[in-house]
Write a protein that binds this ligand. Structure first.
Ligand code: ZN
Length: 101
């Protein structure tokens, strides 16, 4: 593949979006550092994003006078969360964080 900016040679690279920990593949120019993705690489990244987004979805529900949080099975299994197990809820600038104890 040829760089559209400087016509230099491009190589396949693997990188990570730090914020989400998502791995992606792209082409990077050996001369100017320009990075581009082809359709296959873009679609792959979009698929990973959709999956990540879905895995993070929660639902709030009324439970007596409180509000309960429904967590998707995928996350429950990943963290070994069971009914009755306790955790700690902390706050930060973006919202709340739940850490199973
Ligand atoms: Zn270039």
């Amino acid at each position: 593949m040829i760089c559209p900016i400087c016509k230099g040679e491009m190589e396949k690279i693997k990188d990570v979006i730090e914020q989400d920990g998502l791995e992606f593949k792209a082409f990077k120019c050996k001369s100017c550092g320009e990075e581009i993705m082809n359709m296959k690489q873009l679609k792959s990244l979009a698929r990973k994003y959709r999956k990540l987004r879905k895995a993070k979805e929660i639902t709030f529900a009324k439970w007596g006078n409180s509000i309960a949080v429904r967590i998707l099975r995928e996350i429950v299994d990943e963290y070994g969360i069971t009914s009755g197990r306790q955790g700690i809820l902390t706050r930060d600038r973006e919202g709340i964080k739940i850490v199973p104890s």
